[in-house]
Write a protein that binds this ligand. Structure first.
Ligand SMILES: NC(=O)C1=CN([C@@H]2O[C@H](COP(=O)(O)OP(=O)(O)OC[C@H]3O[C@@H](n4cnc5c(N)ncnc54)[C@H](OP(=O)(O)O)[C@@H]3O)[C@@H](O)[C@H]2O)C=CC1
Ligand SMILES: CC(=O)N[C@@H](CCC(=O)OP(=O)(O)O)C(=O)O
Length: 346
């Protein structure tokens, strides 16, 4: 059994981690860390766990708590994980961080886009970017796993084959993305209030969203050269889900089946990536509460562009599910262990 502790267990991503790990055959949840709910029954925070999980939230020194576990998940705001990482902690546990602290390899880019001083930059190189389908081999051995962002998971996975195979103009990429409001977390803010979100859709972070450099860096590794994207997220009045619609200029005349062959080459054997049938396009409801990524595309012969659509659940493949998938890889387990849920609909 892998003994785990979860910091940030009371947030939306943390809550989904608890739900998935509770049903995982190879995992024992040892503790749930919380500053705000110290000593409270976890099921009093999230009533869905009533009679299923009998644990109180713990607090205190994380350096003591790590003695009880093999692995910790940090589902915490940016800046927390980089503040606790040190050699002593890593001699006791492996870490899966759901924040952006170790995702971006270029420290200057991290500092400028996050407006944060990194507290342990010496560990950035060692950390592995946990996009499972792309970095599987490196993930197996790492002590620090940087779990990718939600928009970035959907964007990178859906565009990676085209960029890697240099089928598109790397300066032409436009990613239009939409997210449910759970993407903003459980912390209250005016922007997340029902009346602010319901019956409306808005773009935000235009030209400045912090997932832009994460997408550019990872697609750049795939292409072997710099990639520049326009990334525009939108907030939509639904609880969960991300849909991306991307536009890329094709460099040569190709048809649907040429591109399908390329996508099959990369993802044909991937359990969690579902390449849909021709003219069937992803919808967030078909992946809801599951770890699946649905992808399809259409070529616009008039403009010589390819339009790529992808859908994920932001809290699962975009956060907790991918974190569990990464744990499975790190511990040599079946990659879909604990993640075989059929998507929830309606
Ligand atoms: N929501 C999503 O769709 C996604 C989220 N993420 C990332 O996952 C992380 C968690 O996000 P999310 O669950 O949405 O956020 P929430 O705001 O819902 O939860 C964050 C949790 O972190 C804890 N926390 C807050 N401040 C601190 C602190 N200074 N030290 C330790 N713990 C703290 C809080 O718990 P308490 O006060 O009880 O200790 C809180 O419940 C973030 O880094 C986010 O960027 C990544 C991908 C998708
Ligand atoms: C709808 C919404 O607000 N989404 C969040 C992104 C989700 C997320 O938490 O991503 P990171 O882990 O990279 O922070 C946002 O735009 O900030």
């Amino acid at each position: 059994m892998i003994k785990v502790g979860i910091v940030g267990s009371t947030g939306y991503a943390g809550g989904e981690l608890v739900r998935l790990l509770l049903q995982h055959k190879e995992v024992e949840i040892k503790w749930l860390y919380s500053q705000s709910y110290l000593g409270e029954d976890y099921h009093r925070i999230y009533g869905n766990f009533f009679k299923l999980l009998d644990k109180k939230c713990v607090g205190g020194d994380i350096n003591d708590l790590v003695n009880e576990v093999d692995l910790i998940f940090t589902a915490t705001p940016q800046g927390y994980c980089s503040g606790i990482i040190n050699e002593e902690l890593l001699s006791k546990v492996r870490v899966i961080d759901l924040s952006a602290d170790f995702r971006i390899k270029d420290l200057d880019i991290y500092t400028s886009w996050y407006n944060l001083e990194h507290k342990s930059p010496e560990y950035i190189d060692e950390a592995v970017y946990g996009l499972c389908e792309i970095n599987r081999e490196k993930i197996k051995k790492t002590r620090i796993l940087a779990n990718p962002g939600c928009y970035t998971t959907a964007s990178i996975l859906s565009l990676y084959p085209l960029v890697r195979e240099k089928l598109v103009d790397l300066n032409s990429i436009i990613i239009d993305a939409k997210s449910g409001t759970s993407g903003a977390g459980r912390g209250s803010s005016v922007a997340s209030l029902f009346c602010e979100v319901n019956e409306s859709i808005k773009a935000y972070g235009i030209t400045s969203h912090r997932h832009t450099p994460e997408i550019e860096e990872q697609l750049g590794y795939g292409a072997g050269e710099n990639v520049i994207v326009n990334f525009t997220p939108h907030l939509v009045p639904m609880n969960r889900g991300i849909l991306t619609t991307s536009y890329l200029n094709l460099l040569s005349k190709v048809n649907y089946f040429d591109l399908k062959e390329i996508y099959n080459k990369y993802y044909g054997n991937e359990y969690f990536i579902r390449l849909l049938e021709e003219n069937v396009f992803p919808e967030t409801r078909w992946v809801s509460s599951s770890n699946f990524v649905d992808i399809n595309f259409k070529i616009d012969n008039r403009t010589n562009r390819v339009v790529v659509i992808s859908a994920i659940d932001n809290l699962i493949k975009g956060a907790a599910g991918q974190a569990v998938q990464n744990m499975n890889i790190m511990y040599g387990l079946k990659e879909n262990e604990g993640l075989e849920q059929v998507p929830l609909f309606p």
